[in-house]
Design a protein around this ligand. Structure first.
Ligand SMILES: [Zn+2]
Length: 246
């Protein structure tokens, strides 16, 4: 009798463990693979001006993604007199793993997935959908160096093709806080420097877009400093369009 009970418990345990061994990896796989690109909306839906802040397209460029999530929690954009959409983490898998690419073997680099006027993977399509009604798009990335030291690098640059006055004000406001001339931001008017990028896509579609590149990859500068710079950019944009949040 006792032996039979032991055998029953033993078999049940074996079944249970086998079940976990099969189910857990499947659950984890779908949890990672089916990550949603979350967005947060503030202000009036029908406002005449719609501003969108985007971050975390590349997972190893975390400064703006982390800061925007904090600002959302603090309700920083609440009660705006314009419409503000924040997409804080486009590539959640990349941010969680400190990895540039998304979890898509065929189309890993989200910022190369805009071809022939459309998105070619799920994430790029989603970004297009979330920004198609936006008037102003501010997209935060982090470069690997400093443009003033090495022209190959786009670290510490503000790049646009059609929002020149705002881009220059952002550059000036950032540079006001930087004393070392080698670390200052540059304004670059080359929206299609990288073909198939989101910036180039927007430029060709006549959409107003600015790419902000702090110098941040491999923690070349402290995260707190890069986040201060992201905050300056956000506040300059809000000031430029007289956004009030009362
Ligand atoms: Zn990037």
């Amino acid at each position: 009798m006792i032996t039979e009970i032991y055998i029953t418990i033993y078999i049940t345990l074996i079944f249970f463990i086998s079940f976990l061994i099969i189910i857990i990896p499947i659950y984890v796989f779908f949890k990672i693979y089916n990550q949603k690109v979350l967005h947060y909306d503030f202000g009036y839906k029908n406002a005449s001006l719609k501003i969108c802040f985007i971050a975390g397209v590349h997972g190893n460029e975390p400064a703006a993604a982390l800061l925007l999530q904090e600002l959302i929690k603090k309700k920083y954009f609440k009660n705006s007199n314009v419409f503000i959409r924040v997409i804080p983490v486009v590539n959640r898998f990349g941010l969680n793993t400190n990895f540039r690419f998304q979890n898509n073997i065929i189309y890993p680099d989200i910022n190369r997935n805009f071809r022939n006027g459309k998105g070619i993977d799920k994430t790029s399509k989603k970004l297009i959908e979330l920004t198609k009604d936006m008037d102003i798009i501010i997209d935060f990335h982090e470069g690997w160096g400093f443009h003033k030291i090495n022209e190959e690098s786009i670290g510490s640059t503000v790049i646009t093709g059609n929002l020149i006055q705002l881009a220059k004000e952002i550059k000036d406001d950032l540079n006001y806080t930087i004393s070392n001339k080698n670390l200052k931001f540059s304004f670059i008017k080359k929206p299609c420097r990288i073909q198939n990028s989101f910036g180039c896509y927007n430029y060709k579609k006549n959409k107003k877009y600015i790419l902000i590149e702090t110098s941040g990859q491999d923690d070349i500068q402290k995260l707190s400093l890069r986040q201060e710079q992201v905050k300056i950019v956000i506040d300059t944009v809000l000031k430029f369009y007289n956004v009030s949040r009362v």
